[in-house]
Structures are given as C-alpha cells and as structure tokens.
Design a protein around this ligand. Structure first.
Ligand code: URA
Length: 248
C-alpha cells in the first residue's frame, strides 16, 4: 500500500538534512517533484510513486529503521545462528520484517548499547576504522586498576597478537574488596573496535574484566530507562546526531 508523507519528512527520513535544512533547500529551488521545482516544503507526496529529486538526483524512498537495544547477556550480536539466540530474536516480528542488523558486535556476555539498523551506509561509516568513532564502556575488573594502567591506556597497550591500541581514556570509578580479591569499577573510552578489545586491553595489563557494558557509541548514549533486553526506535534527534557524526 502506498503511503502519503510530507516531502520534507521524506527527505529528512532519507538523510538529506534536518527538517530546517530541507526547508532552506526547498527555498533555494533544490527540490523537484515530477521535474518541477517546488516552493512548499509541506507538500504531500506518495513515498513510493512520486518522482522527488534533490539537487537533480532522484530520491528513492527506503524504509530505514534505527533501534537502540539494551543488549542482555546470553544473546549473540548476529542476525541468525543455528544454535544461539541472537539480538534479532529480541525484536517484535513486525520490526524483524524490516531486516535490521546489529552495527558491530558485543560479546555474548557484554550488555548495553547496541544499534540495530537496515541503513547499510550509516552502519558502514560508524564501523569504519578511519572514522575513529568513540565507544565508552563501563566495566568491573578483577584487580587493582590504578594510575599506571591509566597512563598505559593513554599511550596504547600491546594486545596478545602484537597490535598496539590507539590512545584510550580510562577512568577509575571505585574499588571494592571482596572475599575473592580486589575489584575495580572503571569507564573506558576507545576509538576503535578490535575483537574483544576491552577484555584484551585489561589482559595486557594483567587484569580480568568480569562485567562489561557499553554506554555510548559516537553521539549515541544508552537510554538507561531501557531495561536489559528492551529496545526502542531512535528519536529523530538521535538519528540526526548520528548522521551529522557520519558527515564529519
Ligand atoms: N570489548 C570487549 O572485550 N567485548 C565487547 O563486547 C566489546 C568491547
């Protein structure tokens, strides 16, 4: 069934700018409908059949979706798996139909922010090693994390395969003595995403991560009101933040 939509909403949905940027673009005659320049950014079009073009380039409507999931333990960051439950299994069936996939991976036992989308281009940009998208994690680490680790992480540590990490920001939140030793609460921001990176960085300094949660990725912060295992669509503001970040 075809769907009616305001032209500025359609263009914003397709990532061509914010609603106010699009309003300006319309004013400057950059948007055409069936080959004719339009003057009204509130004009209603059919998302599937109207011939809309932006700066002369046809705009093909796609149903892009962005979900923020608070990933629980015990599910894997994949779209399908013969044996294990995946993050896609946590979605309602109508959301699965839109074929979102996870942007990057969190380990099976890692919790927290995972973006799911069917926007391949945005996912690609967020994962590109060239873009150095910051990811912040909170963790509980077995061992006494201290100033030396902070300095080490700020320079870069050598992982088990010889790779030297980019500078990372380690903050020590607290320390707790338990029967089985000292445990440190920390936050760590890294600008890359090597396999098991956070766990391997602590292994490199002789410590073990026992709990790991991602709290942000680029400009997107985990909505702490989302219980583990729940998800919601990103707000328009969040989508715009991600898109602006991508353009950087
Ligand atoms: N680093 C890890 O070690 N595990 C994750 O899931 C994410 C980052």
């Amino acid at each position: 069934m075809s769907k009616k939509i305001r032209i500025d909403k359609l263009l914003a949905h397709m990532g061509l700018g914010t609603r106010s940027e699009i309003k300006k673009a319309v004013k400057f005659g950059k948007v055409t409908l069936a080959g004719k320049v339009i003057k009204d950014s509130g004009i209603i079009v059919d998302q599937d059949t109207s011939e809309v073009a932006f700066e002369g380039v046809p705009v093909i409507y796609r149903d892009v979706v962005y979900f923020m999931l608070n990933k629980p333990r015990g599910v894997i960051s994949a779209t399908e798996d013969g044996r294990e439950r995946t993050v896609i299994d946590l979605l309602e069936s109508q959301d699965r139909l839109r074929e979102p996939f996870p942007v990057g991976r969190l380990d099976k036992d890692t919790v927290g922010l995972l973006l799911l989308t069917n926007d391949g281009q945005l996912a690609h940009e967020l994962l590109s090693p060239r873009k150095h998208v910051a990811k912040t994690y909170e963790a509980i680490v077995q061992g006494n994390v201290g100033e030396t680790d902070k300095e080490q992480f700020s320079i870069g540590v050598t992982l088990d395969d010889g790779y030297v990490t980019l500078p990372a920001v380690l903050e020590i939140i607290g320390q707790e003595e338990r029967e089985d030793g000292t445990f440190s609460s920390i936050s760590l921001t890294i600008m890359e995403g090597k396999f098991h990176q956070v766990k391997r960085m602590f292994e490199a300094v002789g410590k073990t991560v026992v709990y790991l949660k991602r709290v942000s990725m680029g400009p997107l912060a985990l909505d702490e009101s989302l219980p583990e295992g729940s998800y919601r669509e990103l707000t328009l503001e969040e989508v715009e933040l991600l898109r602006a970040h991508k353009r950087k």
